[in-house]
Design a protein around this ligand. Structure first.
Ligand code: SF4
Length: 331
């Protein structure tokens, strides 16, 4: 039996141990899921991918709605996992982590502690093992290890740093889960195909637009593809990295944001990536500001991909962008 308060908690934290037992309580059967639940899960998946954050109905006392909200989490995970699309999986995992963080920042210390234990963090006396801290280190400067009090292999943490650590772990966990083989009814394949088809990938780029007046939705197709590859964590050789970084800094994206884009790539090193981007901006080394290659060179490198009609009228990826923006390129 779940009380209303417990259901409300589970709406916010459907992955918590407190939610375990819900499926049994309501006799939930994965082999015959109601379409309304799958529809809600699909909506959750698309919203997360497109906007970078999922939202749930927390202001309701309806048990039926709360249960649908809770179930939308595992169902959305299956649907997104079934797409087998690295970009969608990565975006969705990040969206759930962001939503989680938003709730955590207003959570009571007792609930924070309980959720931290759910994630396997052995937090006692406000300290956390060094290895856990390092693995899920928040990105903000104040959480860098050099700024964190460290003693006997334990890092001292406060509630705010816990609220930044746990979402990173959730994201990691969701991504791992979604790459596992899933033995579920074929209806999930149908919903996965719909999510892959209906998700507006241009909208998904909006997250990069938050940081400036850069209009990522009108980037040339070759650059959009490189962004997808970077965000989905694919290994990237030097040339595509160079193309992506130089294009982005030339259209005015802040160094921070460009650095962030490479975070999912294997062996990401924030310091080196930032240095490299500043180098291409001319802020380091010889002071030369670099531009991305022309379309002709992009063809030579095998990076001119997904050409569209406008591509036939431009000779440079920056020109493509400026034509769409109807301003002159700044490079
Ligand atoms: S033609 Fe130019 S802008 Fe278009 S995809 Fe190829 S390299 Fe990119």
């Amino acid at each position: 039996m779940f009380t209303r308060g417990e259901l409300q908690f589970s709406v916010k934290y459907p992955f918590s141990s407190a939610t375990k037992g819900l499926a049994k309580w309501i006799n939930f059967d994965f082999s015959s899921v109601e379409p309304r639940l799958l529809d809600r899960a699909k909506q959750r998946a698309i919203e997360g991918i497109e906007t970078g954050r999922t939202t749930v109905e927390t202001n309701t006392s309806s048990e039926r709605i709360m249960i649908a909200e809770i179930l939308s989490y595992p169902l959305a995970k299956i649907i997104v996992g079934k797409t087998r699309d690295k970009f969608l999986i990565s975006r969705y995992a990040r969206a759930e982590a962001r939503a989680f963080q938003k709730f955590l920042l207003h959570e009571s210390p007792a609930n924070l502690g309980a959720l931290a234990r759910d994630f396997g963090f052995s937090i006692s006396d406000a300290v956390i093992p060094f290895t856990d801290y390092l693995k899920y280190l928040p990105r903000e400067e104040e959480y860098k290890l050099v700024n964190a009090p460290l003693k006997d292999g334990q890092v001292q943490v406060d509630n705010e740093s816990i609220a930044h650590l746990l979402p990173e772990k959730l994201r990691d966990q969701i991504e791992k889960d979604l790459y596992q083989p899933m033995d579920v009814p074929t209806v999930f394949d149908t919903y996965a195909a719909e999510v892959a088809k209906e998700t507006n990938r241009d909208k998904a780029f909006k997250i990069t637009e938050e940081f400036g007046k850069v209009e990522a939705g009108i980037f040339p197709p070759c650059i959009k593809l490189l962004i997808q590859e970077a965000e989905s964590g694919q290994p990237m050789a030097h040339q595509p990295r160079f193309v992506l970084a130089t294009f982005l800094v030339n259209v005015g994206m802040p160094v921070e944001q460009v650095t962030e884009l490479f975070r999912n790539t294997p062996n990401f090193n924030e310091k080196k990536t930032r240095y490299y981007i500043e180098y291409s901006l001319g802020k380091r080394g010889s002071g030369t500001k670099y531009s991305p290659p022309s379309c002709e060179k992009m063809v030579f490198y095998g990076l001119c991909r997904n050409k569209d009609a406008l591509c036939e009228r431009v000779k440079h990826p920056l020109k493509y962008y400026s034509k769409k923006k109807e301003v002159k390129p700044n490079a």
